[in-house]
Write a protein that binds this ligand. Structure first.
Ligand code: 0O2
Ligand code: 0O2
Length: 266
């Protein structure tokens, strides 16, 4: 494959990465809209650089005509989770999808790499619809916690700096850091229900506040400026420490008032 064809060759992978990012981000959005906890915290994706494709195919002795079937991470998606047990939930979500087929699973969480690397990898076969028809490509989905991601990102940049030959002293420190990241995941796992509760509460309060604010604006538009400003003061007093029930009561009161004002108008 001559260089001139790279741009065309990579179109399919670009499209796959864009589609997969949207699909996984939408899963998160769906959970959040339902005020439910999302096992997906955030999603990133990239198409491998041509220089990295060449480097890897050289290293693995893959002829360029075969990279589309033998290099499985030209399209790469990374899914970050808050807690270790979210990873299994995301893996299960992927197993159930009809728009991608699992080809290979690699569990570097139970089988930690010598470097200290932990992550769950799934290689999927993913069909991309192009102008000239459908093409199935391989894509790598890496699923990991925020702590695993932090470690892997740092280690990756050090590997880049030292051209994959990290000095033993730094390697040892990285190994210790990997252990610390593992401990952090363990400790967060122990208090995950508490954390999820706090996050759920935050989401609920945010959506109540936004409903109340919209109603206050609506009251103003009905000409009830004094009432609106009273409700605004009540909301301001609640914002910092108010309980969920207090916000609910305020929302109910303002909705009742809007109903009465509209009825008296007609
Ligand atoms: P939101 O609402 O912040 O989740 P694009 O491909 O253009 O859609 P982009 O920005 O080019 O996306 O790059 P990339 O690298 O694929 O993804 C960046 C997304 O990851 C952004 O989300 C960042 O907010 C999110 N992100 C990156 N690092 C972190 C992190 O440490 N913590 C969290 N929570 N999110 C992170 P969006 O798309 O802006 O959406
Ligand atoms: P990049 O720059 O991230 O795209 P191999 O890469 O030969 O070891 P294989 O079978 O291709 O093996 O895949 P493997 O081991 O499942 O790893 C593929 C990807 O996982 C790597 O891609 C990295 O992104 C990540 N990874 C694997 N091991 C490590 C590690 O020890 N540290 C870090 N930081 N990441 C790792 P690439 O192509 O190496 O690089």
């Amino acid at each position: 494959m001559s260089e001139i064809h790279w741009k065309t060759f990579l179109i399919t992978y670009d499209q796959a990465v864009e589609e997969l990012k949207v699909k996984f981000r939408n899963i998160r959005r769906e959970y959040r809209k339902k005020n439910e906890y999302s096992p997906i915290e955030f999603v990133t994706g990239r198409v491998k650089e041509v220089s990295s494709i060449l480097e890897k195919s050289n290293k693995l002795n893959i002829p360029l005509e075969k990279i589309d079937t033998e290099l499985d991470d030209i399209a790469g998606i990374r899914i970050m989770c808050q807690f270790v047990d979210d990873i299994e939930k995301v893996v299960e979500l992927i197993r159930q999808r009809k728009d991608m087929k699992i080809f290979i699973e690699k569990d570097y969480i139970n089988n930690v790499k010598v470097s200290g690397y932990r992550s769950y990898h799934i290689i999927v076969k993913y069909p991309v619809n192009l102008a000239e028809g459908q093409k199935e490509i391989l894509a790598e989905i890496q699923i990991r916690t925020l702590a695993m991601n932090f470690w892997a990102t740092i280690e990756h940049s050090l590997n880049y700096k030292y051209k994959k030959d990290i000095p033993p002293k730094i390697k040892e420190k990285l190994k210790n850091a990997a252990d610390a990241a593992f401990q952090l995941d363990e400790q967060m796992h122990e208090i995950r229900e508490e954390i999820k509760d706090a996050q759920r509460l935050f989401e609920i309060k945010s959506s109540l506040i936004s409903e109340i604010t919209n109603d206050i604006i609506y009251l103003c538009s009905l000409g009830k400026v004094i009432d609106a400003s009273e409700y605004q003061n009540k909301l301001n007093n609640l914002v910092e420490d108010g309980e969920e029930v207090e916000f609910e009561k305020l929302l109910k009161d303002i909705e009742m008032q809007i109903k009465q004002d509209k009825a008296s108008e007609t």
